[in-house]
Design a protein around this ligand. Structure first.
Ligand SMILES: C[S@@+](CC[C@H](N)C(=O)[O-])C[C@H]1O[C@@H](n2cnc3c(N)ncnc32)[C@H](O)[C@@H]1O
Length: 273
């Protein structure tokens, strides 16, 4: 099937098999989260990680981005390190490891005390195919906006870009947000729509990535879309979407969530901001 047949659809199936039908370099942004170390039971389906990573590389546009949200299980008193192994594999097959970001949960699930601190974050590995083509940075207020601060310098840690600069005087009103992003999980109405799924993204997390790495009309993809959060938010933001999940039940939840947003939009047309 031509890629147009897949645009704005949620497809039941193994994502590796479905992606094989896509042409090369079509996707602007993938936001996805794999099953973590069999931590949860997603109805017992298989997870061919390396094949998924290779297909993602093939279908991603030059300058496109993959956001891979993942955490590790603790087995026999040790974290597995699967997340890091996966990140290094993405590099091995040609992606840049553009940024290692953190998704911090404001309301982490309390855990049984096992001589370790409560886990409250997941990794958001941001991979790019070549140099990132789109970055619309999220800006935040500067704590010291307007103050005349003396002598403070900052450093850029990227190789060949190690320049020291004086801080702007007076300090600017806004600066680029840091790479630790915090969200409440599962409490908002828009997230409650996904409560039949064991591990949905917060809509807000997806919104922030779509804003950062895409423009209006771009194609946003989730090969393991679960309850369809990525697709739902993509529609809301005037992007095209493709979602795949191996579970027909989750696909149905995803379709319902997307349809609800689409039907609102036929009342209020979404225009490019
Ligand atoms: C962590 S969940 C994703 C949740 C999703 N981000 C959301 O907001 O609902 C992982 C999903 O991967 C799906 N999955 C596992 N193996 C798959 C495969 N080979 N192809 C497609 N989907 C798969 C599972 O059914 C599960 O819904």
């Amino acid at each position: 099937m031509h890629i147009n047949g897949y645009i704005n659809t949620i497809i039941d199936g193994n994502c590796v098999e479905v992606m094989k039908n896509f042409g090369e370099e079509l996707i602007d942004l993938t936001i996805t989260s794999p099953p973590y170390d069999d931590l949860r039971n997603y109805k017992g389906f298989v997870f061919p990680f390396e094949d998924i990573a290779k297909e993602l590389f093939r279908v991603t546009k030059q300058g496109g981005v993959v956001v891979w949200v993942v955490a590790d299980a603790t087995i026999n008193a040790s974290e597995t390190g699967t997340s890091f192994k996966q990140a290094l594999y993405f590099r091995e097959i040609g992606f840049n490891l553009h940024d290692t970001m953190i998704f911090r949960k404001k309301n982490p699930i309390p855990q049984i005390y096992r001589k370790r601190y409560n886990n409250e974050f997941e990794y958001m590995f941001v991979f790019s195919k070549g140099v990132v083509k789109t970055h619309n940075p999220i800006m935040i207020e500067c704590t010291h906006a307007g103050l005349e601060l003396n002598g403070t310098t900052y450093k850029n840690y990227s190789k060949n870009e190690q320049i020291r600069e004086k801080l702007a005087k007076p300090v600017r009103d806004k600066k680029i947000k840091g790479n630790i992003w915090e969200y409440v999980v599962g409490k908002k109405q828009e997230d409650q729509e996904a409560k039949e799924h064991p591990a949905p993204f917060p809509c807000e997390l997806v919104r922030d990535h779509i804003k950062s790495w895409t423009n209006f009309g771009d194609i946003v993809f989730d090969p393991m879309c679960g309850s369809g959060t990525t697709a739902r938010v993509a529609v809301e933001m005037g992007r095209k979407y493709i979602g795949i999940d191996i579970s027909p039940d989750y696909c149905e939840i995803a379709r319902q969530r997307v349809t609800r947003i689409e039907s609102k939009q036929t009342l209020f047309m979404v225009n490019e901001p």
